[in-house]
Structure formats: structure tokens, C-alpha cells
Design a binder for this molecule. Structure first.
Ligand code: ZN
Length: 248
């Protein structure tokens, strides 16, 4: 593998560690960009040596060096997931630096969105809107002749989901499809173009259905009809999968 691939793999656990901070803090409105990491149990600010992704967790055996409180599997799990994203990008599209960087950032943001929507049933604008802009920038840079098509796909994606949401609200009187889902589909349009939109939605619906069936089997309980199902995780996974398989 060349230098770009190795660099991406080495950077991935650090990206995953940052994603962990975003996923935990962004939905609560806490500062996620600049504040130092602290132990969730005793609040002690962590030293740089305790912040090395994966390695610190392994060396400390999952416990805080100060109070001995459990650090939790969430941290190493999201760091490993970020590495998995990078491996998928390298296998699918190779290590051309610009494409590799674009793919990793797309995959990492999709990972954060999927986790936040799964836990909190919302897709923050602070992630969906930059993802949309980034999709247009990447298109302008790597496939500039498709820029108009991708910009059009943004508008169509957003309109399609808003129309469905309004119709659903009119018919059933409750919120079905959230505004965040429409922004995420608009972002998918920015990354993939008009022709890919139906495939993105189909795959997202399939993945969401699998998730619902899987969790019903797992808990041995069928969902109550009123229970909300988060569509964001399926949509984020579908966007990333469609980008990986679109070919460069
Ligand atoms: Zn502690």
C-alpha cells in the first residue's frame, strides 16, 4: 500500500476518537470542538497519554487511571468503526489521495450521523449541512462536469422527502419523516447525483427494514405501530455504500 493509504489508516483511530466526542456531546448542545476530554465518572481532565485511541483503552484495561471508573466500550468501538470505514474506502476506490480523503470524511460523518440518529432520533444540521456543502465541493473538484446534476439532486432530494413528510402529516396528523432526513437525502444528492437518488432511498428503506426485523427478533418483541423508527442510520449507510460502489 502507498503512503496515502498508510497515513489514512494511522489517522483513522484519531478521527474515530473525535467522532466519539461529537456523537456524545453534539446532541446535548455541549462544546464538542475545543474542550478537553475528561473522565465521564470523576470529571478529571485526561492527560495526552490517556488519549491515544485504542492503545490507551487497552493499556488501562478500560478503566480511568484516576478513579478506576469504567471507560466504556463505546470509545474503542467507534475508533475501530472509523478504521473499518477507511479500509472500505481503500478497498472500494483505492488510495488516490483526494478520493481517499473525500471517502473517509464522508464515511466518518455518516457514521456519526447514524449513531446520533439511532440514539437521539435526530440528525443535527451541524453535520448534515456541512456534509451537503462538502459533497458539492468534492464534486466540483473531482467531477466538475457533474456539478449541475449534483446540485439539482440536492434540491430534488430535499423536495421529495419534504413532500412525503407533509403528505404524511396531512394524512396521519403526526410527524413521519423528519426534516433532518430531507437534509441528509439532499446531502446524498450532492455526493451522488440525480440518477442515484432512487437507489439511495431503496437501499436505505431495505436496511431500515432489516434493522427493525433484526431488533424485533433480538428483543423478541414486535414494534408498537406508534413507535418511531429512525431512518437516518439506514440513509447514512446507504449514502456511504452507494458512493463506494459508484466507481471513479
Ligand atoms: Zn475517572
Amino acid at each position: 500500500m502507498d503512503a496515502a493509504g498508510v497515513l489514512a489508516l494511522v489517522a483513522s483511530p484519531f478521527a474515530g476518537s473525535f467522532l466519539g466526542v461529537v456523537v456524545r456531546r453534539l446532541p446535548q448542545g455541549r462544546d464538542w470542538a475545543w474542550s478537553r476530554s475528561a473522565c465521564e465518572t470523576c470529571g478529571r481532565t485526561l492527560r495526552p497519554a490517556e488519549l491515544v485511541p485504542l492503545l490507551s483503552f487497552a493499556l488501562l484495561r478500560g478503566r480511568c487511571a484516576g478513579c478506576g471508573g469504567a471507560i466504556g466500550w463505546f470509545h474503542p468501538a467507534i475508533e475501530l468503526a472509523a478504521v473499518a470505514v477507511t479500509v472500505l474506502v481503500i478497498v472500494a476506490v483505492g488510495t488516490q489521495p483526494a478520493v481517499l480523503l473525500a471517502g473517509c470524511v464522508l464515511g466518518w460523518v455518516c457514521l456519526a450521523l447514524a449513531l446520533i440518529d439511532w440514539r437521539h432520533q435526530r440528525l443535527p444540521d451541524a453535520l448534515t449541512l456541512p456534509l451537503l456543502l462538502l459533497g458539492l465541493l468534492v464534486t466540483a473538484w473531482l467531477q466538475s462536469r457533474h456539478l449541475f446534476d449534483h446540485a439539482l439532486a440536492c434540491v430534488l432530494g430535499w423536495l421529495a422527502f419534504r413532500a412525503i413528510a407533509l403528505l404524511y402529516r396531512r394524512l396521519r396528523g403526526i410527524e413521519g419523516l423528519g426534516a433532518g432526513d430531507a437534509k441528509l437525502l439532499a446531502a446524498a444528492g450532492a455526493w451522488l447525483g440525480v440518477a442515484a437518488l432512487p437507489r439511495v432511498v431503496e437501499l436505505a428503506a431495505g436496511l431500515t427494514l432489516l434493522g427493525v426485523l433484526g431488533s424485533a427478533l433480538w428483543t423478541w418483541r414486535w414494534l408498537a405501530p406508534s413507535r418511531r423508527v429512525a431512518f437516518g442510520p439506514g440513509l447514512a449507510a446507504s449514502l456511504f455504500a452507494c458512493w463506494l460502489t459508484q466507481g471513479f
